[in-house]
Write a protein that binds this ligand. Structure first.
Ligand SMILES: *Cc1c(COP(=O)(O)O)cnc(C)c1O
Length: 473
């Protein structure tokens, strides 16, 4: 006589085996798309979940094992897992160079250059004219020299790496006097005092937060001094009773003591941005001409290129930098070099920069033009968000971002979405989440009880409009 089973055991025995599920036509089709291993993994997860649910709830839990329900769950799970983690978003925050959103969008030419080298062997470090080992910097060095007037140049992973590398090369076990007004912190744990320390150098703080004088530098120089350094204040400004010694004023002092003068320009720009109606920023060329021996800057701030650190200046110093193992540890890959080289090429034709370099294009977009885009979108947005919300076109101020020109604001226009009725805070959060979970997530900012979508950085208006039908509110 068969042993009587308890009812839960008999239910468990009705759960299909993993193999059986995998043989279903719809699951075979999923395996074609997502691969056998991942699909099997997913089936195991759902069968395990069903077993646990049956143990706890009994017969009722069988619903999740119906063929239609299981296929739907598998499909959703696999689709979700296979989405790239890093994806494009619409940056409607009003901050053009948004570090958390990946800073500069690259020019078409740079994208083409990246694609062309990504899947192929390249002459990255191979001199095709002699058929022998070459130097990866040559793909950008000549351009950098031409555009900045520098004798020599090298590039690394980002400006933080550039500063670390420069200081370690020139001032390891030596002292570096820096004005207290320039001991800045940039987002993401970049602090000048920490970098100097990690570079093996000793920071000598001079002057005060608001005022530093020539004599402060003079007094700080001693037998252990390795370099003089100036840092662009980037993301903050000192106003009022202030005094700063410029690089130009400092250069003769550095020269007299045979010390290199380093200037970390931060954002750095290689063209005068005032020609595009933007606020003036001292260029790399002007900084070198003012007497700096080395200038460091970022590739993905105002330059509008890929993440990179650019180091330009005196030939002998660049040569020493290139020999430092930290240069090897922070070098650029072929794809980034391709992008950087393409972006620099565009700077040879400054007249068309505002058209071709997205960062400059976005920064120079006029308020009436942005407002016009807002007007064309208000109807569709209004329809998509329903009657619980009200949308209007408002004036707003965009920021450059990434510590570039922190107090300068650019007149812009936005769609501002308010909630009508009860529970405004919750409704607003729900709205922001709905925009963030669109196929191309939309990131705005919440301000004065409204979701503000600054349209300065909206270029692909059609994709934005089309996906609004998918808003789940
Ligand atoms: C942004 C910035 C850096 C860091 O540059 P990354 O390219 O982000 O590494 C360093 N110094 C200054 C003055 C900056 O503004």
């Amino acid at each position: 006589m068969a042993k009587p089973q308890n009812p839960k055991q008999s239910l468990q025995s009705k759960v299909p085996s993993v193999d059986k599920v995998l043989r279903q036509d719809a699951v075979v089709a999923l395996a074609e798309i997502y691969g056998r291993t991942l699909t099997t993994h997913a089936v195991k997860i759902f069968i395990d979940e069903a077993r646990t649910a049956i143990q706890e709830k009994g017969e009722g839990a069988f619903g999740t094992l119906s063929e239609a329900s299981l296929i739907l769950s598998l499909n959703n799970w696999l689709e979700q897992k296979s989405k790239p983690s890093l994806r494009p978003v619409f940056n409607l925050t009003g901050t053009v160079l948004h570090t958390n959103l990946g800073r500069a969008s690259l020019p078409e030419k740079a994208i083409e250059a990246m694609v062309s080298v990504a899947g192929a062997a390249t002459n990255l470090e191979y001199d095709l004219s002699i058929g022998n080992r070459g130097d990866r910097d040559i793909h950008v060095e000549e351009l950098l020299c031409e555009l900045t007037g520098a004798e020599a140049a090298t590039v690394v992973n980002n400006n933080a790496a550039a500063v670390l590398l420069v200081l370690n090369t020139l001032a390891n076990r030596k002292e570096v006097p820096v004005s207290r007004g320039e001991l800045i912190e940039i987002g993401g744990a970049f602090r000048i005092p920490d970098i100097i320390k990690r570079a093996g150098a000793k920071l000598v703080e001079i002057g005060t937060t608001n005022r530093t004088h020539y004599v402060d530098y003079e007094n700080a120089i001693g037998p252990k001094t390795g370099a003089l350094m100036k840092v662009h204040a980037s993301n903050y400004v000192i106003q009022g009773f202030t005094k700063e010694v410029t690089g130009k004023e400092l250069a003769p002092l550095a020269k007299a003591h045979d010390l290199p003068l380093i200037e970390d320009l931060g954002s750095g720009t290689i063209v005068d941005l005032s020609q595009f109606g933007l606020p003036y920023e001292r260029t790399v060329r002007e900084t070198l001409a003012g007497g700096a021996d080395l200038v460091t800057s970022s590739g993905d701030k105002l330059l509008g290129g890929p993440q990179a650190g650019l180091i330009v200046g005196r030939k002998d110093l660049i040569r020493a930098i290139k020999k430092n193992p930290i240069k090897r540890a922070t070098r650029l890959d072929k794809v980034t070099i391709a992008a950087l080289s393409a972006v620099l090429q565009l700077y040879r034709d400054p007249d068309r920069l505002a058209e071709r370099v997205p960062t400059i294009r976005l920064l120079t977009k006029t308020e009436p033009k942005i407002r016009a885009t807002a007007e064309t979108l208000i109807g569709t947005v209004s329809e998509a968000i329903g009657h619980k919300y009200k949308v209007s076109v408002v004036s707003c101020q965009s920021q450059i971002g990434s510590g570039s020109l922190p107090v300068e604001q650019l007149a812009s226009a936005a769609l501002s979405i308010n909630c009508v009725g009860e529970r405004k805070g919750t409704a607003l959060k729900k709205l922001a989440t709905a925009f963030r979970t669109l196929p191309v997530p939309v990131v705005g900012r919440i301000q004065d009880d409204a979701l503000v979508l600054d349209l300065r950085c909206l270029e692909d208006v059609e994709t934005f409009r089309e996906q609004l039908g998918k808003l789940h509110l």
